[in-house]
Ligand binder design. Structure first.
Ligand code: SF4
Length: 338
């Protein structure tokens, strides 16, 4: 049974997810490191939103905080609100949260073995996913699972139902994961680097599959370090750097007119848009360590436009109009006041 949303829902009809001022820290030997710093964003029904940035920028922690899948400890959500279909996810009791996971929030991980049990056959795991959330006869759950394996392009689906995950190729396992994430037709799918572990031809097939298989009203949050994937898949993109959101906009706007120097550098580092498989070569300089962030703007040490002010003050993420935000002093004249 999916929990009923509270009756006091007042958000716009197409708003699916609203994350406000989310901060997540990790307790380490070096002290408390802020992995996600006051991040706010929303996702509407039917939208594909990309979250892009280099490794360690906080994009996976941001996305896994939504279904509360960040390991705690060492992680701690220290502030913020996450509202999903009228539910306050950060205060929802664990049993209700479990009902939402899978039924309303599907997660596709980079490495399918994170989600698939090596000890159980693929079919058992798919059937179990259905039976955990729906009171249907086992036979019906089995038949639906076979149909989903077929839908995600797995040959001989009835035979594959009896296979253990280790008996399948990496591409096949990722298809099983996609089937498992979508089989209950969730309203939101979070895909964390879903194609990074796959070879180039399989990557393109898996991206096509995710695009085709999600429902028309399903929101998709796609985490990637690959601007080519953003271009291929997304309506809107958010750029993260060293634990903060630094730019947001429609894919068209961001690719035609990046406003943050980091976004500009990401796009310049793309060899080609045409293949859709471009990986980000390194941008000069190093991502700062979360234990030793510079004063002022986190990007200051790598920014070709750095000014004295950037080393003293922290640029706020300012709204530049609908769906467009940027955290850079250079863009302050474009800010709109609410
Ligand atoms: Fe560069 Fe300054 Fe803008 Fe930061 S605030 S991105 S250092 S110009």
């Amino acid at each position: 049974m999916r929990p009923e949303p509270p009756s006091s829902m007042s958000e716009p009809a197409d708003l699916l997810l609203s994350v406000r001022d989310l901060s997540v820290v990790f307790d380490t030997d070096e002290g408390a490191l802020t992995a996600v710093d006051r991040v706010s964003f929303s996702i509407r029904r039917g939208e594909v939103v990309g979250l892009v940035g280099e490794s360690g920028c906080g994009k996976s922690v941001t996305s896994m905080s939504i279904p509360r899948l960040v390991p705690m400890p060492p992680g701690r959500i220290v502030s913020g609100e996450i509202e999903f279909l009228g539910h306050d996810l950060l205060s929802l009791p664990i049993p209700e949260l479990r009902e939402l996971r899978g039924a309303e929030i599907g997660v596709i991980f980079q490495e399918p073995m994170t989600a698939l049990s090596p000890l159980h056959r693929v079919g058992e795991q798919l059937v179990e996913t259905i039976l955990l959330h729906e009171k249907v006869p086992k036979r019906e759950a089995w038949e639906r699972s076979v149909r989903w394996l077929e839908k995600v392009g797995i040959p001989d689906p009835e035979e594959r139902m009896l296979a253990y995950p280790f008996e399948l190729s990496g591409g096949m396992r990722q298809r099983v994961m996609i089937a498992m994430a979508l089989i209950l037709e969730p309203s939101l799918v979070i895909a964390d680097e879903p194609t990074t572990a796959l070879d180039v031809t399989i990557q393109a097939q898996v991206l096509d599959l995710m695009r085709e298989m999600r429902g028309a009203d399903t929101g998709l949050l796609l985490i990637t370090h690959d601007m080519g994937v953003i271009w291929e898949m997304c309506d809107r993109v958010m750029v993260m750097y060293a634990s903060r959101l630094v730019e947001e906009g429609s894919v068209k706007d961001i690719f035609s007119q990046p406003l943050h120097p980091y976004t500009e550098a990401l796009l310049k580092s793309m060899p080609s848009l045409s293949t859709g498989q471009a990986r980000l070569p390194s941008i000069p300089g190093q991502v700062p360590s979360l234990s030793n962030l510079p004063a002022g703007c986190n990007f200051a040490d790598r920014c070709p436009y750095v000014m004295d002010r950037c080393r003293q003050e922290d640029p706020r993420l300012l709204s530049l109009g609908q769906d467009r935000r940027c955290a850079c002093f250079l863009r302050e004249p474009l800010a709109v006041t609410a």
